[in-house]
Design a binder for this molecule. Sequence first.
Ligand code: ADP
Ligand code: ASP
Ligand code: MG
Length: 404
Amino acid sequence: MALIVQKFGGSSVANAERVNNVASIVTDTYKDGNDVIVVVSAQGDTTDDLIAKAQEINPRASKREMDMLLTAGEQISVALLAMAIERIGCPVISMLGWQAGFMTNSAHAAARIKTIKADRVRSAIDKHQIVIVAGFQGINKYDDLTTLGRGGSDTSAVALAAALHADRCQIFTDVEGVFTADPRKVPGARKLDEITYDEMLELATLGAQVLNNRSVEMGKKYNVEIEVLSSLKRVPGTIVKETANMEQMLVRGVTKDTNVARISIIDLPDVPGIAFKIFSRLAAKNINVDIILQSIGRQGSKDITFTVSRDNAQETMDQVSRIAELQGKKILCDTDVAKVSVVGAGMETHPGAASLMFEALYNSDINIQMISTSEIKISVLIDEKDADKAVAEIHEKFMSSKSL
Ligand code: ADP
Ligand code: ASP
Ligand code: MG
C-alpha cells in the first residue's frame, strides 16, 4: 500500500466524460489498496475565460481580485470530480487550497508556498477517504486567497507529495510524457523514459509547458520523483529524477519561448557604471533580465541589448527611459522575437552542439539575433515568425545526427 499524489490538468477534466475518466483512474488506484490524494486544475480553458471576463470589466483589476476570481475555476473541478467518485461509491472529500493547508506569501498571481498545514488532508487519509485538492491556490497570512501563477497546479501536487512524503507523484496530462519537442508541433518528437531535474527545469523554464518549472524545482529540492503521463492512454510516461539514463542522446529537448521582448539602448556613453544603473533599476522592480549583449565601445559609445519577458516589456521601457544618463538616447523594443533552445546534459562533454544548432538555422536561412549558453543549454533569439520552423529543423538535425 502506497500514498500516491495524482494531478490532472485542465484538458484531462475538460468535460463530464473526461471527469468520469479521471474518476475511474483515481478509484482504480484506490481499489488497488493505495491512499490517493488528487490535485486538479480548472476545466479546459476556464482560467483563460475568467481572465477574459475580468478584462471586459476592468483591464487594470487588482491582482487580489484576480486571484479571488481565478481560484473559482479549480473549485468547480474539485466538486465535480468528488461527485463523480461519490457515484462510483468510494469515500471522497474535496478541499480548496486553504482547507488543504496551503499557506503562501502575499505575492498575488505569483505566490510562493511557505508551508502546507496538512493535518486535515492527513486525517481524511486516515479515514481512508480519497482527497481531492484544488490546485494553483493557497491563502496568505491575511486570509486572502492567492494563486501560484499559470500552470501552478503542478507545483501544488509536487508540494503535497513532498509535505506528505508520498511514495509517488504522478502528473497526468494530455500527452504521454515529456518529449524531445512539443509533440503537437513536431511530429517526429520522441517520448523520453527518463530526464533529470536539471534538464527538465531548463526545458520547463525555456518554454516546454508540460511541467511548470517551479514544480521541478520543488521536486529537486525535496527529492520527489515526478512521473508525467497521459490521462487518456494507460501507458508508462516519463520519470523526472536526479540521475537519468542518458540513452546516448546529446540533447533531451528543443523548445521555444515566445514570451520574450528585446530591448536595445543605442549609443550609450562607454564609461563604467552604465550597466549597473540599468540592471539594478530593473532588479529593484523585480524584472528578470535574460540574455545580455554589450557591443565593444567605439568612439566613446556602446550599445546594450537584453531580453525580458514580453509581459515586462512596457515596464522595462518606462524604467529605462527614466535613468538620467539615458536621457535622449534611442531605446528600441521588439516584441516579435522568440527564444529557441536546446537542452541536454550531454552537451557538456560534446563541443559540437552549438555548431549543429547554428547549421540547422543557417540551412533554413534563419538569422540569429542573440546567443546565450550554459553547461546544459544553448538559446538563440530569432524572429518569432521563424520559431516553429527553427524548432523543427534543429530537432531534426540533432535527432538524425550520428556524428556526435
Ligand atoms: P495540463 O493542462 O495537463 O497542465 P499543459 O497544456 O499545461 O497541460 O501541458 C501539456 C502540453 O505541453 C502538451 O499538450 C504539449 O502540447 C505541451 N508541450 C510543450 N513542450 C512539450 C514537451 N517537450 N513534451 C511534452 N509536451 C510538451
Ligand atoms: N488553472 C491554472 C492555469 O490555467 C493552473 C493550472 O492549470 O495549473 O494556469
Ligand atoms: Mg499545465
